[in-house]
Design a binder for this molecule. Structure first.
Ligand SMILES: [Zn+2]
Length: 596
């Protein structure tokens, strides 16, 4: 069953936490909004199994023998993530459930503060994979309780989190003994990363309580992160996200330097995929990814950008989001695991809709993105990402749209000043590295704004109704399997195997939308790619779904491996697989100069 996507763009998101009205608010629309809406509607949809009932969410803390649920030994994993994701990016229906859920969670807290099996001993000699599963879930629950507390100020959530934090302080000494880490080698999702991921929740608990024990313990965990090796990528990247939070709390440059070093080693390694993210396990031992790891890579890249101001990190976040992260969202709204073959995405025997983690963790990442689309500093309101929505700080309201997303011949990006500030104010718009021939119009007049540190700066006394329009040509890059990059104009008659980036998008051929391309024998198909790519004259479709990105389509001729008749296919963003059930999306394609 394909779940019909509601295209109603009248969102019922709750804009901000109660009491935070003076904070700038961004209300998503377009593709970004549709993807948020899809995951929020997933929780309330009674036609999709499993249903997110209270019993289902709470199973990992209640541990009732009558309601066994997958991964309930990771105690707090779903319940904590659900609290955190909904609190950080809520709609009224789901937000209304949270305080009640916290009440039920609190009833399940054990006398020593933990959640989960009471018979697991944390004496150093006894610590094994099941202890790590418990710690993992407890760590996710601590983060979720703190995010809900940040949203609501709930005293119950904070009380519960404090008791849980005290339990975690208590297990630090035994878990940090070197024998324990050694014993847990090769334990994947139940490995030592379950312990090092605790930095995040402990840092949040310190921020709320200013109790120095939580911060000290978080700092002491930092050097315990094990090398990337063959680890579970979600736990490793969650630990690095904890580093960045700790850097924000302490301003210790050594922590930031360590995070930057480990991140840069990762992206220079074969663990970083052409799709813009990572697999479920480092070390290339597996054929699938995990939505949680892509969510972490996206969030970590944004944190590094915020900590350093380096736009390279922002562009890596954007690349991850528009490609591997979006591709990991299923037609149901869930995030999860996608499977890879040697040429691209392939269906798995069972769809990896990971309702036990990725659905909420993907949702949680969207909350971080929402806060980064527009930021402001002393000099300007800065538009960092080309996503659609409305931003307002009360004084100024900006409406961001992507006309090109529905009409490929229309401008790529438009900013409309809906409410003008009283005084002159600067608006900065990022000039992306993947765009060329950037043209700018202010109220329909060509203009040349100042380019300052990667941002086009417009400073004037604004009037409501002012419009800035940006257009550009996307740079096409053909990435070969060895990492070398070719431009389309470098192609000859000799076919070259490559994955094609077009602007920020990785393009592929979907067997759902272009079924004939994959008719046997398709592996010898050769695409004739022009030296300079033009956008389609009219929308390619399918129409009416904001997740179909018209100005990212490239229509090309190709020669099929089995017959000489000329054929045509549309290269599309790999993210366009979301509306369909596990399509095959081929990204490693053969390219050559078009035949004369
Ligand atoms: Zn996951």
């Amino acid at each position: 069953m394909v779940i019909a996507m509601s295209i109603n763009l009248c969102f019922a998101f709750m804009a901000a936490a109660p009491g935070a009205a003076e904070q700038p608010i961004f209300t998503p629309a377009g593709e970004f909004g549709a993807r948020i809406q899809a995951v929020l509607e997933r929780y309330g949809n009674q036609d999709i199994e499993p249903r997110f009932t209270d019993d289902f969410i709470l199973a990992d803390v209640v541990l009732s023998p009558e309601y066994p649920r997958r991964f309930d030994n990771f105690s707090g994993d779903i319940s904590g993530r659900f609290l955190g994701a909904v609190a950080m990016l809520p709609n009224p229906e789901q937000a209304g459930r949270l305080e009640g859920l916290v009440g039920e969670i609190a009833k399940c807290q054990r006398p020593d503060g933990r959640f989960g099996a009471m018979n697991l001993s944390f004496a150093a000699a006894d610590i094994g994979p099941e202890n790590m599963a418990l710690l993992w879930g407890n760590g996710r629950l601590l983060a979720g309780l703190m995010e809900y507390h940040q949203y609501s100020g709930s005293p119950k959530a904070l009380e519960c989190a404090r008791k849980l934090g005290d339990f975690l302080l208590g297990v630090y000494e035994t878990c940090s003994e070197p024998d324990v880490a050694k014993r847990l080698e090769g334990q994947a999702a139940r490995g030592f990363i379950c312990f090092t991921q605790l930095i995040e929740g402990l840092d949040m608990l310190w921020r709320a309580t200013k109790d120095g024990r939580y911060l000290d313990t978080a700092k002491r965990i930092v050097p315990l992160l094990e090398p990337r090796g063959v680890q579970h990528s979600h736990g490793y990247l969650t630990t690095l996200r904890g580093y960045l939070m700790l850097y924000e709390s302490t301003s210790d440059p050594a922590i930031l330097a360590a995070a930057e070093r480990l991140y840069n080693e990762l992206i220079a390694s074969t663990d970083f995929l052409v799709y813009g993210g990572v697999l479920e396990y480092f070390g290339m031992k597996h054929d699938r990814d995990e939505g949680c790891s892509e969510a972490d890579f996206l969030r970590l890249s944004l944190q590094l950008w915020q900590a350093t101001g380096k736009t390279e990190y922002l562009e890596l976040a954007e690349r991850c989001m528009l490609n591997i992260f979006y591709s990991g969202q299923f037609e149901t709204g869930d995030f999860g695991h996608r499977r890879f073959g040697d040429a691209g995405y392939i269906p798995a025997e069972g769809a990896g809709r990971a309702w036990w983690c990725c659905t909420m963790h993907g949702h949680r990442a969207l909350a971080d993105v929402k806060n980064c689309v527009v930021t402001q500093d002393n000099t300007a309101a800065r538009i960092n990402l080309f996503l659609e929505g409305t931003w307002s700080d009360g004084d100024t309201t900006l409406v961001l749209t992507r006309p090109g997303a529905t009409d490929p011949q229309a401008p790529a990006f438009r900013v409309t000043v809906d409410k003008a500030p009283d005084a002159a104010r600067a608006i900065g718009i990022r000039q992306p590295s993947w765009a060329r021939d950037v043209s700018v119009r202010l109220n329909e007049t060509e203009t040349r704004p100042v380019l300052l540190a990667g941002y086009l700066i417009f400073e004037r006394a604004w009037k409501s109704g002012d419009v800035i329009e940006l257009d550009w040509a996307c740079t096409a890059r053909l990435v070969q399997p060895d990492g070398k990059v070719l431009r389309p104009q470098d192609l000859t008659d000799q076919p070259v195997k490559a994955a094609m980036y077009y602007g920020p998008w990785l393009l592929g051929v979907s067997d759902e939308l272009d079924p004939y391309f994959h008719g046997e024998p398709w592996r010898e198909n050769v695409i004739g790619l022009p030296a300079f790519i033009e956008r389609p004259k009219a929308p390619v479709g399918p129409k009416g779904d904001p997740r179909i990105v018209e100005d990212a389509h490239v229509v090309v001729n190709y020669r099929h491996g089995g017959f000489p008749d000329p054929c045509t296919v549309t290269l599309r963003p790999i993210s366009e697989q979301t509306p369909y059930r596990q399509p095959m999306v081929t990204v490693w394609l053969n390219f050559a100069k078009p035949a004369e």
